[in-house]
Design a protein around this ligand. Structure first.
Ligand code: FCB
Length: 450
């Protein structure tokens, strides 16, 4: 039995657009994901978040399920367009009321809220009026939103997460076009990454000032260990750049006060990609945070064919490895490597795994259950790697399984199931999967078998 510390935070994670539904209720404004989903071809089956898991109405049942599982923490996101339907200005009290009720229900169940302010559902009005995160003004609108939310909810929230995965908000959304708003403009994507980091830094002191002396502020990054496929000079150079873009471009300005020099040197060679920055931005972005949220799903093995231009690369999928329904390699060792590296390279006071989990093809069998042994195995192996990193001195304080419920998996719609609780979408019935039952045992024992 591997034992975790008594104070360890065990939770599950979700995001507003992925579970709430009630997209047109109680004054919620349109988000960029509503608009993106409305364009045929953007999302599998042309799915959208209109109903999702109907969590907006069913949150009491969902909190009860969490209580049954025995989690002591829950990470969820607030939908900006519920609070400020047009992004700025007029506040929608009914939107705040929803989170007010959710928080009270969680606290009554002894579940600590970890609240993400931005998990990708930008008010569409900000996209229409100023190009969303392409505009510096959106960072200031975010600060306004952070102020409103923390003034109203800060008495009950001790852990704030400013942004979820700014890498994805910048590059999947503005360079690859696979996420809302679906643009393909590399230069803009790098600019967006800077504005997101600026938004984060602007919000840090605002959240801290929310009046609760226990307030702790952090950010969640998607991090991936990058490995060159071979020892060729091309692969080494590409791996260094890919690591710079995916990991250090976000870690360095927050924890070291400046963008990585090697990436800054490379960007002009790839085009006119260096984002516009203003004096003082670096200081804002580097305002000290209390913790880092780590989302880990896979490592990245990368190959640069010598005959192709730099950056025209291949992602290598090792043969013989296990893959999830997302075609993501199962690689628990990567979590250990990542945590140890973060601890060694950056002086981060506290780390949380704010997302870790896997999609598999889950079905309800005749006994009415979901026997997802592969997810049980996946979680156990990752928990063990996290524990091993802790024994190396990594200040890991909590672990949030992605996800509480099967939900709207962005461009994959409802085709990918990440939950430890199964959702039968037509009836909205919730069924705790075997992995949920297994997690329940881990939580009861505060540990897992090796
Ligand atoms: C992460 C997202 C989360 C979920 C998982 C599978 O990148 O933060 O919302 O979609 O991937």
């Amino acid at each position: 039995m591997v034992q975790f510390p008594a104070q360890f935070r065990w939770g599950t994670a979700t995001a507003s657009y992925q579970i709430e539904g009630a997209a047109h209720e109680d004054g919620r404004g349109e988000s960029i994901w509503d608009r993106f989903c409305a364009t045929p071809g953007n999302v599998a089956n042309n799915d959208n978040g209109d109903i999702a898991c109907d969590h907006y109405h069913r949150y009491p049942e969902d909190v009860q399920l969490m209580r049954e599982l025995g989690v002591n923490s829950y990470r969820f996101a607030i939908a900006w367009p519920r609070i400020l339907p047009t992004g700025r200005g007029q506040v929608n009290a009914a939107g705040l009321d929803f989170y007010d009720r959710l928080l009270d229900t969680l606290l009554a169940a002894n579940i600590e809220p970890f609240v993400t302010l931005y998990h990708w559902d930008l008010p569409q009005a900000l996209q229409d009026e100023m190009g969303g995160w392409g505009s510096r003004a959106t960072a200031y609108a975010f600060a306004e939103y952070a102020d409103i939310v923390s003034r109203c909810l800060g008495d009950r929230v001790q852990r704030w997460i400013t942004l979820n995965e700014p890498y994805v908000s910048a590059f999947d959304a503005y360079e690859d076009g696979e996420h809302a708003p679906g643009l393909k403009d590399a230069k803009l994507a790098w600019q967006v990454s800077h504005h997101l980091l600026l938004a984060h830094g602007l919000a840090v002191p605002i959240l801290r000032a929310s009046g609760n002396p226990q307030t702790r502020v952090g950010i969640t990054l998607s991090l991936t260990p990058v490995e060159p496929a071979t020892s060729s000079a091309e692969d080494q150079a590409l791996a260094q750049f890919a690591d710079g873009k995916a990991n250090r471009w976000f870690l360095d300005p927050i924890f070291r006060g400046s963008y990585p020099a090697d990436v800054l040197e490379m960007l002009p060679l790839l085009g006119d990609l260096v984002p516009h920055m203003e004096a003082g931005d670096a200081e804002i972005i580097a305002r000290p945070v209390d913790f880092l949220g780590v989302n880990y799903y896979f490592r990245t093995i990368i190959h640069q064919p010598a005959e192709r231009p730099f950056g025209d690369y291949e992602i290598v999928k090792p043969t013989g490895a296990e893959y999830t329904a997302m075609n993501w390699e199962v690689y628990p060792q990567g979590l250990y490597n990542l945590l140890v590296r973060l601890h060694k390279d950056y002086a981060i006071p506290e780390l949380y795994i704010t997302e870790s989990g896997a999609a598999f093809v889950d079905t309800v069998t005749e006994d009415g259950r979901v026997h997802d042994e592969r997810r049980v195995h996946y979680l156990r192996e990752h928990f063990l790697q996290a524990h091993a990193a802790m024994t190396e001195g990594v200040p890991l304080k909590g672990y949030f399984v992605w996800s509480l419920l099967d939900n709207f998996e962005w461009a994959h719609g409802y085709t990918k199931r990440f939950g430890i609780i199964y959702i039968d979408y037509p009836t909205q019935q919730r069924i705790i999967k075997d992995s949920g039952r297994w997690y329940q045992n881990v939580l009861a024992a505060n540990g897992t078998v090796q």
